[in-house]
Design a protein around this ligand. Structure first.
Ligand SMILES: NC(=O)c1ccc[n+]([C@@H]2O[C@H](COP(=O)([O-])OP(=O)(O)OC[C@H]3O[C@@H](n4cnc5c(N)ncnc54)[C@H](O)[C@@H]3O)[C@@H](O)[C@H]2O)c1
Length: 326
C-alpha cells in the first residue's frame, strides 16, 4: 500500500445495485471516510452510479468522493462491504440464493487477494449468516474482522414497532432480534427494556402470546412485504450498514446484534457484540430464558445444516472444475 493510500480512509462497496448504491449515498450524506470505492462487473451501471453519486457531492457539504475500482483496490480498503449477489424474487426465501451467492463470494476473494490484513469485512448479501461463515474461511482473516449485518435491521424494525405500541422513541428502547437473519430468528423478549422498564410493565396488558405472535410476524415478514411491493429493500439496510461502518471507523464501541462466528455453536449468527475499529471487540453476554435458549440452539442447528450441505456442494463443484480442467 502506498503512503498516499494510507492517508485516506476508504470504504469499498462490492455490488452497486439497489443496496450498494443506497449505502454509498448514505455515506455521502453522513461522511465518515475520504472515499467510497464501488466495484461491479456491470461496467455501464458502475459508471452511471459513480457519476450520479458524485453529482450528490458537488454542493460541497461532504468531503467523501466516490470512484469506481477493481476488486484488487477494494481488498486494500479499511472496510469492504459485500452487497454483491442475487437478491430474492417475490416470495423467494433468502436461503434459496445460497448457491449463486456463494459462487460469487468465492470469485470475489480470488480477485481481491492479497487482502489488507487489517480490513473489516461487512457482509450484507444473503443468506448473510451463511455467507459470513464462508467469507471468514475464504478470506483467512481473523473471525473478529468478518461480520454480517445479521439481525441489526430486524432489531431496528422491532424497536420501531415497539415504539409505536409503547409511544416511546425507538432510541430509548433496547430490544434484540437474535439468531438468523431469516425465518429461524427469535426475539430476546426477556431482555427488552422500554427506557428503564421491562417490556411487560410498559404494556397495558402485559406480554400476551397474541402480542408476541403479532410482533414476531411483523419483524420476520417485513422484508418480504417490502420486496413484494417494490422489488428490493434498500433504505433500511443502507442506513444500518452505514452506521456499522461508523461504529468501526470511529472505534465507537457500540453494542449491536451482529452476525459473527460463534465457536460454541459452529456457525455465524447474530448475538450482541461491541463494535469498534477492529471489528468485534467482544461479544456481549445476554441472559436468555429457557425458551429463548432453546430457540438459539434450534437456529444454530438449522444454520449448521445449511453450512454442511453448502460445503458438500462446494466440494462437488471443485471436483467438477478439476474434471473440466483435466
Ligand atoms: N442483510 C440484509 O439485511 C439485506 C437487505 C437487503 C438486501 N440484502 C441482500 O443484498 C444483496 C444485494 O441486493 P440488491 O437489492 O442490491 O441487489 P442488486 O441486484 O440490485 O445488486 C447486486 C449487484 O451485485 C453485483 N455483482 C454481482 N457479482 C459481483 C461481483 N463479483 N463483484 C461485485 N459486484 C457483483 C451485480 O452486478 C449487481 O449490480 C442481495 O443478496 C440481497 O438479498 C440483504
Amino acid at each position: 500500500m502506498t503512503h498516499h493510500q494510507r492517508l485516506k480512509t476508504s470504504i469499498a462497496i462490492l455490488g452497486c445495485g439497489d443496496v450498494g448504491s443506497t449505502l454509498a449515498y448514505t455515506l455521502i450524506l453522513n461522511p465518515i471516510c475520504s472515499e467510497v470505492i464501488l466495484v461491479d462487473p456491470k461496467t455501464a451501471l458502475l459508471e452511471a452510479q459513480v457519476r450520479d453519486l458524485n453529482d450528490a457531492t458537488y454542493r460541497g457539504n461532504t468531503g467523501t468522493k466516490v470512484r469506481a475500482g477493481t476488486h484488487k483496490d477494494a481488498g486494500q480498503a479499511d472496510i469492504v462491504v459485500i452487497t454483491a449477489g442475487a437478491k430474492q424474487k417475490i416470495g423467494e426465501s433468502r436461503l434459496s440464493l445460497l448457491s449463486r451467492n456463494l459462487y460469487i463470494l468465492s470469485s470475489i476473494f480470488s480477485s481481491m487477494s492479497p487482502i489488507n490484513p487489517d480490513t473489516i469485512l461487512l457482509l450484507v448479501a444473503n443468506p448473510v449468516d451463511i455467507l459470513t461463515y464462508f467469507a471468514q474461511r475464504l478470506s483467512g482473516l481473523p473471525a473478529s474482522q468478518v461480520i454480517g449485518t445479521g439481525t441489526t435491521l430486524d432489531s431496528g424494525r422491532l424497536r420501531g414497532v415497539l415504539a409505536q405500541k409503547t409511544e416511546v422513541s425507538p432510541n430509548s428502547i433496547d430490544a434484540y432480534v437474535l439468531g438468523e437473519h431469516g425465518d429461524s430468528q427469535f426475539i430476546a423478549w426477556s431482555s427488552i427494556l422500554i427506557g428503564t422498564a421491562p417490556l411487560r410493565l410498559a404494556l397495558p396488558n402485559g406480554i400476551t402470546p397474541e402480542f408476541k405472535e403479532e410482533i414476531a410476524t411483523h419483524t420476520r415478514g417485513a422484508a418480504a412485504a417490502i420486496i413484494a411491493a417494490k422489488g428490493c429493500t434498500a433504505y433500511g439496510i443502507g442506513n444500518m450498514a452505514a452506521s456499522i461502518c461508523k461504529y468501526i471507523l470511529f472505534d465507537q464501541r457500540t453494542v449491536r446484534p451482529i452476525s459473527f462466528y460463534q465457536p460454541e455453536l459452529g456457525c455465524c449468527l447474530s448475538m450482541p457484540a461491541v463494535l469498534g475499529r477492529k471489528g468485534i471487540i467482544q461479544s456481549m453476554p445476554i441472559v436468555l430464558d429457557e425458551e429463548e435458549q432453546m430457540e438459539l440452539e434450534k437456529c444454530a442447528r438449522h444454520l449448521r445444516g445449511v453450512i454442511e450441505s453448502a460445503e458438500k456442494e462446494l466440494v462437488a463443484e471443485k471436483g467438477l472444475q478439476k474434471a473440466i480442467e483435466s
